[in-house]
Ligand binder design. Structure first.
Ligand SMILES: Cc1cc2nc3c(=O)[nH]c(=O)nc-3n(C[C@H](O)[C@H](O)[C@H](O)COP(=O)(O)OP(=O)(O)OC[C@H]3O[C@@H](n4cnc5c(N)ncnc54)[C@H](O)[C@@H]3O)c2cc1C
Length: 501
């Protein structure tokens, strides 16, 4: 098993492979593993480090900077600004994600089929890819013994209100519900690509250069023939050693922000003007209820299910317990009031509302860094306000003492009657606090070079030999947790990728 890290690199070295895959997350690990299993000589290049299951721990000050880009503190500019988080380690965001595995609604795939004129991107065609991916990541329902009281409370609330509640299938094999997904699964049950795909690729001879950030593509005679990067010292984050990888085909799978950032460095995508556009981010907001009795939201799996009653309006609601440190950073109080609230941590039900994108933002290159921009529309804002009201209503129906709202000018609802003030006080889009972990769409796939960035094989229209296989590929928003769709598309890219002799 060859996993190299910063200390093993020598300046000027040129690594060679048939296919180089940049990124080892939901897209990269899948495309690389499928290719390695098909007999290709694959070399992964990953900016983050290799952190095996045995190294995971719940201490945020250690785990977050180690596993997340910029310690999870990156931001999308807009109204309101939206903080976002993405993984930076072998396994990418799948190492820190919640493991939910939702296929897109049929209508979304029917639209993909219509736009691309490709039956295999429609509901029927994609079905086989989803079956394949879900088998590899053991997508299944939770064992009832692993479901915590906060999830049960949400389910009971939905039943009381006559709302549809669906259990989540999750990528897990014998999950015990330790609820530490966001700092890396301590038992290895969550089937991140670190434990599901990557070991198979490495067994088949694939190699992985970790702690290397790719800065540019190696282009010769109009064809992509490799990547150029720098080794990153994991302690200082200084970039010191030049790394070059030469390959017959290059796959970029750095995620929907970093992939367009890398490609924009070469002024690619000029034919369509679409590179970095169509940035979708499926934003969410939090609603925290305080109950009279302890709930112990930290016991039991994060998100055993979702309220999908309002899916047709593009609104999903779910439980999402976070550790005390994360919760404390988000409470809208200071001093004694914040301390008093945090003393009630065990009585908190931490829940949230996700709203499907109704429009798109963009990712551009500014001052050597990616700049993501996205502003919610008035329509999205209205859906957020509705979603918050629905969820807060559920909590009051279930006996919550009070509900902490995600608005900078209206923090707490003490009763169901207070919820009437949401629409009155929330006239501006700037007063809602949003967050996201679902970035997508910046190199969309399509059948026409004037409309899309990559063709239906995932290859850039204007750079032969360079493929994309990550969340950037989505032709439109999916309105659900995206990982299995990314994995399905990455599998498809692997099957269609051509390696010249
Ligand atoms: C906290 C959290 C919870 C989530 N929960 C869920 C969930 O429950 N269900 C779900 O479906 N989705 C969830 N998601 C989203 C899902 O994990 C992502 O959509 C998915 O992993 C994205 O896949 P990707 O391949 O596009 O990018 P990633 O998985 O982010 O992988 C990109 C990789 O590329 C590497 N990279 C980036 N730039 C470079 C460079 N220049 N050089 C070298 N390497 C580079 C990164 O370090 C990273 O490892 C969650 C995400 C987060 C952060």
């Amino acid at each position: 098993m060859t996993i190299l890290s910063h200390r093993s690199y020598r300046s000027g070295e040129v690594h060679e492979a048939e296919v180089v895959v940049v990124g080892t997350g939901a897209g990269g690990a899948v495309v690389g593993t499928e290719l390695a299993e098909a007999g290709r000589d694959v070399l992964f290049v990953e900016e983050g480090g290799y952190h095996p299951t045995s190294s995971f721990n719940p201490y945020l000050t250690e785990s977050i900077p180690r596993l997340y880009r910029d310690a999870g503190g990156t931001i999308i500019l807009g109204r309101p600004p939206i903080p976002y988080a993405e993984g930076r380690c072998v396994g990418g965001s799948t190492v820190v994600n919640g493991g939910m595995t939702w296929r897109p609604p049929e209508a979304v795939l029917a639209e993909w089929e219509r736009i691309t004129k490709q039956p295999d991107l429609g509901p029927k065609g994609m079905g086989a890819l989803f079956d394949h991916v879900e088998a590899r990541i053991h997508a299944k329902l939770q064992h009832p013994s692993t479901i915590g009281r906060d999830s049960l409370l949400l389910r009971e609330g939905a039943e009381r209100l006559g709302w549809r509640y669906d259990e989540n299938r999750r990528a897990q094999d014998r999950c015990v519900g330790s609820n530490q997904c966001i700092t890396g699964c301590p038992t290895g049950a969550k089937q991140s690509t670190l434990v599901s795909y990557m070991p198979h690729a490495l067994e088949r001879g694939a190699r992985c250069l970790t702690e290397v950030r790719v800065h540019s593509l190696w282009i010769e005679g109009g064809r992509c023939v490799g990547v150029l990067g720098k080794a990153v010292n994991p302690l200082t984050r200084d970039e010191d050693i030049d790394i070059r990888v030469r390959a017959k085909a290059v796959v970029v799978a750095c995620g929907a922000v970093q992939t367009p950032f890398l490609l924009l460095g070469h002024r690619l995508g000029r034919r369509s003007g679409q590179l970095g556009r169509n940035f979708l981010c499926h934003p969410n907001t939090k609603v925290v209820a305080i109950y009279p009795d302890d709930i112990h939201a930290w016991k039991g799996v994060s998100q055993a299910g979702q309220i999908r009653e309002f899916r047709d309006e593009g609104i999903l609601m779910a439980e999402n317990a976070v550790p005390p440190g994360t919760a404390a950073a988000q409470v809208p109080f200071l001093g004694q009031e914040a301390i008093d609230l945090m003393r009630r941590y065990n009585a908190m039900a931490m829940t949230g509302v996700l709203v499907e994108d109704s429009h798109a933002g963009s990712v551009s290159r500014r001052f050597g860094a990616p700049m993501a921009r996205y502003t919610i529309t008035k329509y999205d804002h209205a859906r957020f306000l509705r979603g918050v009201r629905y969820l807060a209503t559920l909590h009051f129906e279930m006996g919550a003492e009070k509900v902490i709202l995600p608005f900078s000018n209206f923090h707490v609802a003490e009763s169901i009657d207070d919820l009437g003030r949401i629409e009155q006080t929330q006239r501006s889009r700037s007063t809602i606090e949003l967050f996201t972990v679902h970035m997508m769409g910046t190199c969309r796939m399509g059948s026409r070079p004037d409309y899309s960035v990559v063709n239906l094989d995932g290859e850039l229209w204007d750079l032969p030999g360079c493929y994309v296989a990550d969340a950037s590929l989505f032709p439109t928003a999916v309105g659900v947790n995206p990982q299995v769709t990314i994995m399905a598309l990455a599998t498809r890219v692997a099957r269609r990728l051509r390696v010249p002799n």
